[in-house]
Design a protein around this ligand. Structure first.
Ligand code: TXA
Ligand code: MG
Length: 322
């Protein structure tokens, strides 16, 4: 069973495990990650195994500074500008992989590009101390809800890993935004903690939505799935349903709900993003058959929130293996 250690006592124990090719669950500002040394094939294989990821989808390599990033990936001027603006932070950039960067091919699933991100806080300290990038997908069993607290990680992956580093609830609550620059254009592969408007403000260009084909498997359906069914943008709550509410106004039949949690009583999307995964877990624990979700505006962080909700509501059995 995993040990949970507070971040201020966890650096040395985490380093020892990583140096031995083991995996460690670590806090980042977005969600908790299941980290392993990206240059060590055994460690990366252990990540896939612990998550029960059915096939090898490429992972994000986390770096501690721009120099490390530059040793791994080739940055065109637009990617460079995005990195300078948003790193450290909830942005992942897909860039061409330098072939002699030492990244194990399991990280990229053999692609000639690599997803790079510079996280804030404990993760950055750990990577700098290790002197190597950390491959880290979200710390959850494949296809299930991402973890935004150490307790959620331990409750999900506890029997399969040795250490969870606890730095409290994550501040963003949603995974990073994934961008890829191609032919001088910026493509949005996954909406996340940085909004389209923030990207446009930084580079004077709107990111283009949608990948060509399925490039980021996180864009596939049936993801972030609770055990309960999900009904989105409901106009009325049916008897026995749990309600995931948003804002000051309640939908019809809200008093019939078996349980209610409000993502943000004031209607603040940032607060709603922070609460999304933990509230989905909590309503799911109540054992209700269906979680009804009130409409959430598709603007700013609402784009990423609605993206995650749509995946949670998608028909099951089409797991993307995240
Ligand atoms: O906030 C986050 O991004 C969290 C924290 C732990 O950093 N990580 C995360 O990782 O969400 P994961 O593995 O759950 O999602 C990574 C996504 C996947 O959808 C994967 O397909 C995509 O990144 N990806 C990775 N490498 C790629 C590449 N070379 N080209 C396109 N997509 C890639
Ligand atoms: Mg994930």
């Amino acid at each position: 069973m995993a040990e949970i250690l507070p971040a201020d006592k966890a650096l040395e124990p985490a380093l020892a495990l990583l140096r031995a090719g083991e995996v460690v669950a670590i806090p980042t500002e977005t969600v908790y990650g299941l980290a392993g040394d990206a240059t060590n094939g055994d460690a990366v294989a252990r990540i896939y195994e612990a998550k029960g990821r059915p096939r090898f989808n490429p992972l994000i390599a986390h770096v501690s500074d721009m120099e490390m990033a530059g040793r791994i990936g080739r940055f065109d001027p637009l990617s460079q500008k995005l990195a300078e603006t948003f790193w450290p932070g909830p942005l992942t950039l897909v860039v061409p992989l330098k072939p002699d960067a030492g990244i194990h091919p399991l990280v990229t699933a053999g692609l000639d590009t690599i997803a790079l991100r510079m996280p804030r806080g404990f993760g950055a300290k750990l990577i700098a101390a290790l002197g190597a990038p950390l491959a880290a997908p979200s710390a959850n069993t494949s296809g299930r809800i991402s973890s935004t607290s150490a307790e959620a990680v331990a409750g999900d992956l506890g029997p399969r890993i040795r250490l969870v580093v606890d730095d409290g609830a994550t501040s963003v609550g949603l995974e990073s935004t994934i961008l890829k620059v191609e032919d001088g254009k910026v493509r949005l592969l996954r909406p996340g903690g940085i909004t389209a408007a923030e990207i446009e403000a930084a580079i004077g260009m709107k990111p283009e939505r949608g990948a060509k084909g399925i490039e980021a498997p996180g864009m596939m359906l049936s993801h972030y799935a609770p055990a309960a069914g999900m009904r989105l943008a409901v106009e009325e709550v049916c008897a026995g349903e749990a309600l995931l509410a948003f804002g000051p106004q309640r939908v019809k039949g809200a008093d019939r709900a078996a349980a209610t949690l409000n993502l943000s009583p004031s209607g603040n999307l940032r607060e709603a993003a922070t609460n999304l995964f933990s509230f989905m877990r909590e309503l799911d624990r109540g054992g209700t058959a269906t979680i009804a979700v009130e409409p959430i505006p598709v603007e700013g962080l609402g784009e990423a929130i609605n993206d995650r909700l749509a995946r949670a509501a998608a028909p099951r059995g089409t797991e993307s293996g995240e």
